[in-house]
Design a binder for this molecule. Sequence first.
Ligand code: UDP
Length: 490
Amino acid sequence: SQELIQLHFLVIPMGSPGHYIPTIDMAKLLAQHGVQVTIVATPVNALRFGSILDQAIQSGLPICFLEFQLPYKEFGLPEGCESLDDLPNMGMTGALMQAYRSLQTQVEQYIEKLDPRPNCILADTFLLWTGETAKKFQIPRIIFDGMNCLTQMCNHVLYFSKVYESVGESESFVLPGLPDHIELKRSQLPFAFSSSHEAVIDFHEKLRASESEAYGVVVNSFEELEQGYVDEYQKVKGDKVWCIGPLSLCHKDESEKVQRGNKSSVNKDECLKWLDSQENGSVIYACLGSISRVEPAQLIELALALESSKRPFIWVVRAGHKTEKIEKWIDEEGFGERTKDRALLIHGWAPQLLVLSHPAVGGFLTHCGWNSILEGVSAGVPLVTWPQFQEQFYNEKLVVQVLRTGVSVGAQKISELWVDEDKSGELVKSEAFLNAIEMVMEEGKEGEERRKRAKELGKIADKAIEDGGSSHRNMTRLIEDIKNQANIGK
Ligand code: UDP
């Protein structure tokens, strides 16, 4: 009977941890809601996605992979390079995106042969070609871009008001018509508004057009976190906006929290043992995400602040960008030796969820990538914010100004990501990091209240994903919507 026909989602993630991690979490969540999920993957990413979903699949959730080759050579990519964090330099982003475009034919051949066709395509926004595919087969396409409603609205008002065009480079200005007073400088705006590169501007125009054609949008956020912006965004987009996060909360046990795409560079038990030996709320966890490329000289300032704090800390030294230089400094200048009794240095990839959910962690120094912020919020931990690029400056405002669960480092140095080294401004000195760290960790009234707010927010996040919580309801609403589209269960 119709009742037995299962809803089928085709999930198409993009290769960047900040995008594929929440997308894969979403696949798990859909499967938990009884949806059959097929995930489009490429060889190396298939392993990464597989690690995130290992337990879910073993427990019998209806998830499978569709593996296609990515023609690395054809686009000048190193063998096995399938994710932004694998790129030798960010200049190759375009090549990676083009390689992903080559998946279109294979995906369409798959859909062509399938009967019945998938009921929904859930695709990363940046894979513009999925719009063409959806149109061709008349399948509703839901997009995901890894950001929040605040970002959507900031971009919306900037795009239509063009307010940034008439201000000087170092002047602050207010983004008009938003629920909060959000004041930024031009250099803090996403590339769509701060870049003069034709290709960047062109891509964002295409992105807008593609987004406006999508059937709906899923957001890794929860309504209680940014209600005003959710409301505003729904005014712009209509009701097909579903906040279903925090997605990372779909992983409940320790071993799942370690398997986040890239393999952890630290042994789980050793990491837990180290954390267990620290006092509750005493540890600062510093990690700048998966793709930011901070100069060694700048990282040294950050490291020196962690050292001067005299507090226990975990510092994640990301591999892949001038790693030798910073590792050499750690060794030769005695930093490793001086701090070894109270520091855990993670060289490469940290089990971030595992770390954040440990009671020893008292503060998270973050680059303000949205996943990191949400993971920190979900863990009930106050943040030290040091945004680098794209929407991270908006996210900082939300945390510091609106939620008041964080303290800004306050000094800016744009990461080298898409900026020339010599143009990226002065180094942020260790004092700036140290001041913010001290404010977050201090035992006084202000610190205490901030910690209380962060804890409270963590509980609200938990509630959002429980049965009857806002995100749970939205997930049900989304599935019902697609069922109606597909005439299933009627
Ligand atoms: N992450 C991790 N270990 C690391 C670095 C990052 O598990 O050493 C995860 C982090 O938990 C988050 C994602 O990678 O889920 C990074 O996404 P985010 O939006 O914070 O920043 P991006 O890397 O996209 O700038």
